[in-house]
Design a protein around this ligand. Structure first.
Ligand code: GRF
Length: 212
């Protein structure tokens, strides 16, 4: 059983999509061991508790230094015997020590088609504002593995979403979530749990499940 710890900062609709897919039997072989937020008020923690999942806050402000915070977070991931870390709207940078402890075992969801509109400063509504400003006709979402850069790790799954002439950053954000993010993240976890994913030379290879 692949044990997931999901890191969150906000509402947790991506977490909800994972939990719903699990309850619908779409992710056999994986379970959410814990949900950890950097923000005690995150609604995502409520969602976890409603499903009987361990939910806790590990906040940078509760530690004397960033190093202590990173050490504490890693200790909690280890405590839950985490096999896969899922960043589902987690707004804190993951430090190199944690990346090193989970090589190609940390997933992130980003609300654009990487390499467009990603990197430092591109999070939340800002991503969609920039996409609209640039006038792209298609945007989408990307699930990627996390390396030590910002949104630079191996690309795992992507899904395109059409931009409509009447879109506002908010309407686009909503459609990207509904049409792409909430589908991609559970799908990526299901592929990993099924052992159908390899990372070679920085590229993700998917086994199509057909016996050779
Ligand atoms: C999503 O748009 C995700 O791509 C981004 O933050 C948002 C999180 O939303 N990084 P939620 O907390 O899962 O509802």
């Amino acid at each position: 059983m692949l044990r997931l710890t999901v890191l969150v900062s906000g509402g947790g609709t991506n977490l909800q999509a994972i939990l719903d897919a699990m309850e619908a039997g779409q992710i056999p072989g994986a379970t959410v061991a814990a949900v950890i937020s950097n923000n005690a008020g995150a609604y995502a923690l409520e969602r976890a508790r409603k499903h009987g999942i361990a939910a806790e806050c590990v906040a940078p402000k509760d530690f004397e230094s960033r190093k202590d915070f990173h050490r504490a977070l890693l200790a909690r991931l280890q405590f839950y015997q985490t096999d896969l870390v899922v960043l589902a709207g987690y707004l804190v940078a993951v430090p190199p020590e944690i990346v090193a402890a989970y090589p190609n075992r940390i997933l992130n969801i980003h609300p654009s088609l990487i390499p467009a509109f990603c990197g430092t400063g591109y999070y939340g509504l800002r991503v969609h504002e920039e996409a609209l400003k640039r006038g792209v006709k298609v945007t989408g979402a990307t699930v990627h593995f996390v390396d030590t850069g910002t949104d630079t790790g191996p690309i795992f799954l992507q899904k395109a979403v059409e931009v409509r002439p009447e879109d506002t950053p908010k309407s686009l954000q909503k459609r990207v979530m509904e049409e792409a993010e909430w589908k991609l993240l559970p799908a990526a976890i299901a592929l990993l749990a099924a052992g159908r994913v390899q990372v070679r030379n920085g590229k993700v290879l998917l086994d199509d499940g057909i016996e050779q």
